[in-house]
Design a protein. Structure first.
Ligand code: URA
Ligand code: CA
Length: 434
């Protein structure tokens, strides 16, 4: 077999065999096939696409490039959850103790934030002492004891994905549905998930800006799951505004605790209930979604999973008293209140722009080696569809500088689009793909 012939075949729009795909990915992974051939291949896939079968085979080849983690010692059906990356997406933090409360294992390998999206690991590290550097053995022990643990993803997991992703990043081939779908699913499956709930974000703050493309990505990922015999469902959800009110690490931790006390923002609470409900059905804790969602709603309203949250934090070395005392979290020294320059209705909030501003404040990284400031971020006080008066507080910026940079102030205010006429609230969930 020759890489050239496989690239040519894909360029002509023909379907590749499993052996051809495996040849390319394993050759690339062990250094026998150079970057420039894989770049050409990625571009051919970008233009010609892949069938579901090819995409599933690509996913398997990427999984086979590294260690498959043996989590068979984790008791119960392990359901993983993945979001394609949003702004202010605090869902994982909130559902972790809820899933565990019902006795299903929440064993999650999470990532760090990069660019305009945050990461669960960074948020958890706002909590004093919280340790995400667990060995697989410690991770398994903690999940079996407390039903919940979160650790960083090891570099040995699907290494071909990391290499391929860096190439795509510099060759304008990131936004290809089969390449994104196989990238995401390979990591989830290599991490040993028995079932997966995917939250495909759509709109301004998301990878996929159009609803149609988002459904295509959702369908592709569900197809891969089905081909590989893992129960998979995908929600397509709105990212035309940040999720909830808080963006930034410690602010989102507080938002998570508030949500677990039944006082969270409505959109965030509703999405947590839906995601957790699907996970608990796949984990066979409940036999239908309606029942599962009602039970989750009650746990949130009555604050029943707070003890589990404390167990989770303490189990990883963190100070669990933060759940009751937010002063134990780092919160920025200065709160800058921003006022609306106009009166009317909020038609849209540029989530990606707010994510970038949070990053500039220090909440996120431009490159993976940057360090972050857990205490800074943004709180939005109005959401899409809300009415606002001139001079009313629209957002608060949490910063450690007493004087706010005027560019940051202007860009934050400009992220809120205000129109004089009433606008309808957009749906939170556009659909579910099973
Ligand atoms: N997230 C991933 O993990 N991979 C992609 O290709 C895109 C988003
Ligand atoms: Ca949030």
């Amino acid at each position: 077999m020759r890489a050239y012939d496989i690239i040519y075949k894909k360029r002509q729009g023909l379907e590749l065999t499993k052996a051809e795909i495996e040849f390319l990915i394993s050759g690339y992974n062990n250094g026998e096939i150079p970057d420039y051939q894989i770049s050409a291949f990625a571009m051919a896939v970008f233009f010609q696409g892949m069938t579901s079968r090819e995409t599933a085979d690509l996913t398997e080849s990427i999984i086979n490039s590294g260690d498959k983690i043996d989590f068979s010692k984790i008791e119960g059906i392990k359901v993983d959850k993945h979001s394609t990356g949003g702004v202010g997406d605090t869902v994982s933090l909130i559902i972790a103790p809820i899933i565990a409360y019902f006795g299903a294992p929440f064993a999650k390998m999470s990532g760090r934030g990069l660019g305009h999206t945050g990461g669960t690991l960074d948020k958890l590290e706002s909590i004093e002492g919280f340790n995400i550097n667990l060995t697989s053995k410690e991770f398994i022990e903690k999940v079996n004891k407390n039903k919940v643990a979160v650790m960083g993803q090891t570099a040995k997991l699907a290494p071909a994905d990391g290499k391929l992703y860096s190439l795509r990043d510099v060759t304008a081939t990131v936004d290809s549905v089969p390449l994104i779908a196989s990238s995401i699913m390979s990591k989830k499956l290599a991490a040993g998930a028995d079932g997966i709930v995917l939250d495909v974000k759509t709109g301004d703050g998301a990878f996929m800006k159009s609803i149609d493309d988002s459904f295509k990505l959702a369908e592709e990922m569900v197809d891969i799951g089905n081909h590989l015999d893992k129960e998979t469902i995908a929600l397509v959800t709105n990212m035309n505004q940040p999720l909830g009110e808080a963006i930034g690490n410690s602010l989102e931790v507080i938002e998570a605790f508030e949500t677990l006390k039944g006082r969270g923002p409505k959109d965030l609470t509703d999405l947590c209930i839906t995601v957790a409900g699907h996970m608990l059905v796949i984990a066979k804790i409940f036999d239908n979604n309606k029942l599962a969602e009602n039970e989750v709603r009650e746990v949130i309203e009555k604050g029943k999973s707070l003890d589990k949250m404390k167990e989770f934090i303490a189990g990883q070395g963190g100070n669990s008293r933060v759940v009751d005392n937010y002063d134990l979290l780092p919160v920025a020294q200065y709160k800058h209140q921003l006022e609306s320059p106009a009166e009317g209705y909020i038609s849209k909030i540029e989530a990606e722009e707010l994510g970038k501003i949070a990053m500039m404040l220090g909440a996120g990284r431009a490159v993976i080696t940057d360090s972050i400031d857990h205490s800074v971020g943004i709180k939005v006080h109005k959401k899409q569809g809300d009415r606002i008066k001139k001079g009313e507080h629209i957002a608060t910026i949490y910063s450690n500088e007493d004087k706010l940079n005027s560019n940051i102030e202007k860009r934050t205010i400009d992220s809120f689009h205000v129109t004089p006429t009433k606008v309808e609230k957009e749906p939170l969930i556009y659909g579910v793909v099973t």
